[in-house]
Design a protein around this ligand. Structure first.
Ligand code: 0RA
Length: 282
């Protein structure tokens, strides 16, 4: 049986629980020790030049990576983050994905998967896997083993593209009992990977503020996003997707025990059907 819940949040969440997320005094380009990794005296020697060029290429031609810079492109940024979490669900390590639209136009996507690895990346000495995923084009998801399915089929440009197109981005990883954090501006690390302290559970929490110098709008559509998440929930039986809109205090949760059968029932609502029940071949 399909089980859907929709609820309006009764109380206002803290308006901006992370003041430092809006820190305009960026440490970017200030000192080497503020960088994610030091590699040469300026902190961006060698391999980092290529990374910076990649991030810049995304900012110069965002349409090449996300299709558009209007509301469609804006939603695409969210899908990119969410699709990575859904990959973790499909791999069997997560069952819940939550997306929050904050009042300041930033978005948080979180899952209860394994968390992006924070250890040193085997091909990039001195750099964490997290930083590679966040800053190297096409480095997301598909590295190291190939056990990842593509949840949407369409996208998969990688979360580094979201990072490049964001005024700021912060990733929190809960892994092995610790909370790890790194922050970026326009894709460039502005803090090292930090061990913030003890944490319970596992997961990845990605927050970002789309950069209005490259994106045209931060006007997310609750309807369009919830429609998409409904479909993703139908396609992934047993997965819970929660969408919270702090601009309007709306919240919707999608969870379908029946998967696609629930979807067909939903499509047939208010229609005359040939059979009473959807036919399914398992
Ligand atoms: C590669 C390896 C591992 C986890 C992930 C990717 C991962 C990526 C994302 C992106 C959003 N949520 C995610 N959750 C997990 C884990 C490898 C291991 O632990 O052995």
């Amino acid at each position: 049986m399909a089980k859907t819940r929709e609820s309006i949040m009764a109380e206002q969440l803290p308006q901006d629980s992370s003041d430092d997320l809006n820190n305009n005094e960026s440490p970017v380009n200030k000192s080497e020790d503020s960088k994610g990794n030091g590699n040469g005296s300026n902190g961006y020697g060698g391999q980092n030049i290529q990374i910076l060029e990649g991030l810049e290429a995304v900012r110069v031609r965002p349409g090449m990576y996300i299709g558009a810079t209007d509301q469609r492109g804006l939603h695409h940024l969210i899908y990119e983050v969410v699709d990575n979490s859904i990959d973790e669900v499909m791999a069997g390590y997560a069952d819940t994905v939550k997306v929050t639209i904050h009042a300041d136009g930033s978005v948080t996507g979180e899952d209860n998967g394994r968390g992006i690895p924070v250890d040193e990346h085997h091909q990039r000495p001195g750099m964490s896997t997290l930083e590679v995923v966040m800053t190297v084009l096409h480095a997301g998801g598909k590295f190291g083993g190939g056990g990842y399915q593509i949840s949407s089929g369409l996208h998969g440009v990688g979360v580094s593209v979201v990072n490049a197109l964001s005024e700021w981005c912060q990733v929190d990883v809960k892994r092995d009992g610790r909370l790890w954090r790194q922050r970026y501006e326009k894709g460039i690390p502005v803090t090292p990977l930090q061990d913030v302290g003890p944490a319970e559970g596992n997961g990845t929490i990605t927050s970002f503020l789309p950069d209005l110098t490259v994106m045209e709008t931060r006007d997310y559509s609750f309807e369009i996003l919830s429609q998409r998440f409904r479909e993703m929930a139908y396609l992934n039986r047993g997965m819970t997707i929660i969408l919270v809109d702090e601009r309007t205090d709306r919240e919707v949760t999608f969870y379908f025990e029946g998967g696609l059968i629930s979807f067909v029932r939903y499509l047939n609502k208010n229609r005359n059907t040939l059979q009473a029940r959807p036919v399914s071949l398992a």
